[in-house]
Design a protein around this ligand. Sequence first.
Ligand SMILES: [Zn+2]
Length: 436
Amino acid sequence: MKRMVAVLISIMICMPLFSRSRKGPLTVLAADGTTLAVLSSSEDAAAHPAADYLEEVLAEAASVLAQKNKWDQARAAEALMTNAYTVKTAYSREVSEALAAALSEERISAGAAVTDLEGGVLAVLSVGDRNYALLPTSPYSAIKPLTVYGPAMEAGRICWSSLYEDAPVKQVKDGSGIPRPWPYNANQFYTLRKMDMADALKRSLNTIAVRVAMDYGIMNSLTFLRDRFGVQPEYEWRKVNEQGEEEILANVALGYLYEGFSPLRMAGFYQCFAARGVYTVPAAIREIFAADGSTVYQRRPQTIQTFSPETACVMNHLLREVTSPDGTGAKAALPDIPTAGKTGTGDRGAWFVGVTPAYSCAIWHGAESATNHAPEIFARAVGAFPASEKTEFPEEKTVMRIPYCPESGGRYSNGCGKMKEGYFTADPGPCTVHGA
Ligand SMILES: [Zn+2]
């Protein structure tokens, strides 16, 4: 009898092992299938060497579980740490190590994120007292390709050789009530000349970004962000509805967004410039398994054809101009890997967000340094990422390289003086300054 009881008790003790609610810590796997972390609490995650990446994993996993089981976030977070789940991620050790090495050379607060071109989050890394890689902040000029140039080109409002004047748009009273020309250019002066889109982007001229944005329409920019990137900056939407487009010109055209976007978001957005216009919502998690090995969740990538392949191709060539020797992102260039991207610099930090044929990478650093070091951090990191089979950006058959006259933006002819070359989806038409 005693033995029977003992057997019964031991069966009862063992039972939870076989039930669906088996208890145990969370196992996080890297992309190569090796164990990245075993976690019993959020404190474990915070103390882990890959803490910045794990923060994103835990947030994604908790919201998957909450949605699937109709739990609130707190219950999902609790279950995540105690129900012996296994989470398979896109984490890349090689990319994370290269990024860490590139950031360690600067003594500066920083946040950086890398995705592949299918939205897989390969690395998330921060230096300093916060996880800046996941913290929204103003993107400054790094927003221009997403809210101004890309959308205006997609709508057919501009092409490579479109000319806009590098001159202030209006007078705005400063703190002492004195009218000042607006917007400022970063170099503090205006050429008062007409510039094409290649020059405007590679010199990051605020005057021209504002003029193109006004032509395209600020409300259209916000709508583009909503429909093509799935984001709705709350402050800007409220303000545009209450006070009109003019009030959020700097926010939308120059990236002074009230809340802004995190480096991970920015890396996600820029993917489309190297992926034939397709934006894939970034995700660290690929699969979640229950304790019994059954699949709880499998990622189905959410994609949007944000730009046509042709627009993405022309934009990619424009963004490559930024990393040319006289571009603001010259230091992001690498000898054997094509790079395309955009700088952003303001009073709260500095950016470079860019793509290669295999990666999208956003680097942000704090304003402790007045100079923007993000392009060289980008080059150091990307140059050390694992080599990919993809060594060239996608080209489109319908995108043509055409010589044009920089005085008119029209097709170059013998009567024209200077000649430039650009990428076009349609013939820019004859030069109107020098005749046929
Ligand atoms: Zn001409």
